[in-house]
Write a protein of this length. Structure first.
Length: 228
């Protein structure tokens, strides 16, 4: 995907994001978005999905515009409402023809101890995040945006989810807001670093040096047991 610019009328923006003009990511792969709290990571994903910006975007020479975005980008926000509907109906919101059996298989695959007819409202925090991820990847789009998908998951489920995302990234471009970077950054193909709503750097995983992360987070890298 290419970000040509993020807005054509900056005076109307609640938050101005800078430095992203002409940033390009590979059409397949996993791209981590990292940065301090309040850096603008979630704001970037909202901007790219036309939430309060009017970006100019393209993917493999095709323009992404407001009327076709649902065909191009599947977006898992940081927070979603836990509806009083069954799990199978929750998934039918994005895939109308999904069956009871399909839902059963997905629940087993993601180790969610529920039945398709159980209410979404009865799920735990981690189970609900997994359901939100399932709802996102079921959408047949070439791009996925995942805002903190590992939140509320234990390490076992975090690794299982990352493995699924990695598999999906063989045919899709996936952006992931990541707070758990000391553990999982090596799973990604590139990293987008943001601070104070500004793009600090965008690098392939093999190009990142410890000093990049130390300066971004104002830490000593030896204190977080990090390695690439």
């Amino acid at each position: 995907m290419i970000i040509h610019h993020l807005n054509d009328d900056k005076s109307k923006l609640p938050i101005e994001l800078t430095g992203f003009e002409n940033m390009t990511t590979k059409p397949q792969g996993m791209h981590a978005i990292i940065g301090p709290n309040g850096a603008g990571k979630s704001t970037l994903l909202k901007a790219l999905t036309f939430y309060h910006h009017k970006p100019s975007l393209s993917y493999e020479s095709k323009s992404i515009v407001n009327h076709n975005i649902h065909k191009m980008i599947a977006y898992m926000p940081q927070q979603q409402n836990r509806l009083h509907i069954s799990i199978v109906d929750f998934l039918k919101l994005v895939k109308r023809k999904i069956s009871f059996q399909d839902t059963e298989q997905l629940l087993a695959q993601f180790n969610i101890n529920k039945t398709p007819y159980d209410s979404v409202h009865t799920t735990s925090g981690g189970e609900f995040r997994l359901l939100c991820y399932i709802q996102t990847f079921l959408q047949p789009t070439p791009i996925m945006f995942l805002d903190e998908p590992l939140t509320s998951l234990d390490v076992h489920h975090q690794l299982a989810l990352l493995n699924h995302i990695k598999k999906e990234s063989q045919s899709r471009e996936i952006w992931v807001v990541l707070h758990e970077w000391p553990l999982y950054l090596h799973h990604f193909d590139s990293v987008i670093a943001i601070n104070q709503s500004h793009l600090e750097w965008h690098k392939n995983i093999t190009e990142i040096e410890p000093i990049d992360l130390e300066q971004l987070f104002q830490i000593n890298i030896n204190d977080v047991n990090f390695h690439l």
